[in-house]
Unconditional design. Structure first.
Length: 504
């Protein structure tokens, strides 16, 4: 068994801990890695526990495009072999190459590269990944995210070469984490769900957990991640400007000085994904100006008893839209279409994602407010009360749709949401079908509690409790033993799917 791990940014330290567990507990000795960030590469080269046969660095590959001649014949062959059905999804998913985001804060959207340069970048990355997989010949590709050109290439090329791919995915029930062979769906959870539905398997313990979870959630709904709660976000002027308080302003000045010093002393500051400190300062300054001006005059009150559909805005840029719903990324466009697809007396309640507060310009919300039946709700409002009062929830792919299902509400999605398998959910595959889908969900919706419990049972059966967000944020390579201890149950699931037995 040889495992290739995507060691992306801060996940490099988590991924390395997974490799350590596979080595110590399951006897896996051969590892290679696709790495993002030179700091992650330096850590992986400095550690002594794992001897990676090759660590391929994204930043080094990228530089090759400057001397790469455009080869239309190679691109045509690449498109024929790995297109979905063409090669544009690889470009569109990449926030840096396509939109210059991550280098600049959302809503900045101005590509740095020309069409020809994008094609040359695609050439060098595809060529490097194909050569890498053919040379290293891994039996497994383990991915944590698919959110840029290289990771989507790595995934699809591995699939085409019949290399087993495992993608780590939150189960959206408490802190449960699971794995899947395909990012489009939760493959192992769906397999277990179908067995339960077909009467071929039963899991009484997990079924009891599912029932208890549903009962607790309906009594006291909480976000599956604290990061998704308005309570954990700075969505007020006071919190946004707390860095100016006497006890914090010195630290803020030190931090700003540090990012300039780090940048100018970095020998690799010309890497394509290095953030310029002046861009960081300028974009943050613009955010603070937005907060200073405020949005309060744009918000509408919630009217008790009003018939409405709930359209929660999603965080972006993120996999929820770029990967799972690439043709429905324009949320303003979607809101307009959703609003005109409702019964004429309905309102469309729109609420910002807590993590997006201060990022969108007032102009975005003003355009929303031009839609006659739209109400803009304060982001400080908890979504659960809105969902509970809504007649229907319309969403791209996000967790709010899952929470609506738990609350017995009809849901329409536009992308590859993991809960699309449930009959209570309708996926809009063609935008002209949306009005009919809305009417069908409002008139004919029937909640099936047994199916929902069976699905949550499958989630419990195929998942483990892992606080991945916390592990992700533990400083670099420190506290590796804690990472190993916390990740061991997840690695046990991975090993089981690979047919590996413990060697100790």
């Amino acid at each position: 068994m040889k495992a290739c791990l995507l060691l992306q940014r801060r996940f490099a330290y988590v991924g390395h801990a997974i490799a350590l567990i596979l080595q110590k507990k399951y006897g896996v000795r051969d590892f290679c890695g696709y790495v993002y960030l030179r700091s992650s590469l330096e850590f992986l080269k400095s550690q002594k526990e794992i001897n990676y046969t090759e660590l391929l660095l994204e930043e080094d590959i990228f530089k090759r495009y400057e001397n790469e001649p455009l080869n239309p014949n190679y691109l045509r062959l690449l498109e024929k072999e790995y297109g979905t059905p063409n090669l544009w999804p690889y470009i569109e998913i990449d926030r840096i190459i396509r939109h210059s985001q991550l280098l600049r804060e959302y809503p900045y959207d101005s590509p740095k590269y020309s069409h020809e340069e994008m094609m040359r970048i695609l050439q060098v990355k595809a060529r490097a990944i194909i050569d890498y997989l053919e040379t290293q010949r891994p039996d497994l590709i383990l991915l944590s995210v698919i959110n840029h050109m290289s990771t989507l290439l790595l995934y699809n090329i591995a699939k085409k070469k019949n290399i087993k791919t495992l993608f780590m995915h939150p189960g959206r029930v408490k802190m449960l984490y699971s794995i899947t062979e395909t990012y489009e769906k939760l493959s192992y959870i769906e397999e277990t769900f179908n067995q339960i539905r077909g009467g071929k398997a039963s899991y009484p313990e997990q079924a009891d957990q599912a029932k208890a979870f549903l009962e607790d959630f309906r009594k006291n709904p909480v976000p599956h991640s604290f990061l998704d709660s308005p309570k954990s976000r700075a969505i007020s002027r006071a919190k946004q400007f707390s860095f100016l308080l006497p006890g914090k302003i010195i630290n803020s000045l030190r931090w700003n000085a540090k990012i300039f010093i780090d940048y100018f002393t970095d020998p690799h500051k010309d890497d394509y994904d290095t953030i310029k400190p002046w861009h960081f300062i300028w974009d943050r300054f613009k955010r603070k100006i937005r907060v200073l001006v405020g949005y309060d005059d744009l918000y509408d009150p919630i009217k008790p008893g009003e018939s409405f559909a709930f359209f929660p805005l999603q965080f972006e840029p993120e996999m929820a839209s770029s990967l799972f719903a690439p043709f429905y990324r324009d949320q303003l466009w979607l809101a307009r279409l959703a609003a005109r697809s409702l019964p004429v007396h309905f309102k469309l309640y729109i609420k910002e994602h807590p993590s997006m507060f201060s990022y969108r310009a007032r102009a975005f919300y003003k355009e929303l407010k031009k839609i006659p039946n739209v109400k803009l709700i304060k982001p400080s409002e908890m979504s659960f009360g809105i969902t509970q009062a809504a007649k229907i929830v319309i969403i791209t792919t996000g967790t709010a749709g899952w929470e609506a299902i738990l609350m017995k509400k009809p849901v329409i999605t536009f992308g590859g949401a993991f809960y699309n398998i449930l009959p209570m959910v309708k996926k809009c595959r063609a935008i002209e079908d949306l009005p009919a889908l809305v009417e069908s969900q409002l008139q004919n919706f029937s909640h099936d509690e047994k199916i929902l419990i069976d699905f949550i049972t499958a989630i419990y059966k195929e998942s483990v409790d892992v606080n991945m967000a916390q592990l992700w944020n533990i400083d670099g390579g420190s506290r590796m033993e804690k990472k190993e201890k916390e990740l061991a149950p997840l690695v046990d699931i991975i090993a089981k799917k690979l047919g590996l037995n413990p060697t100790q």
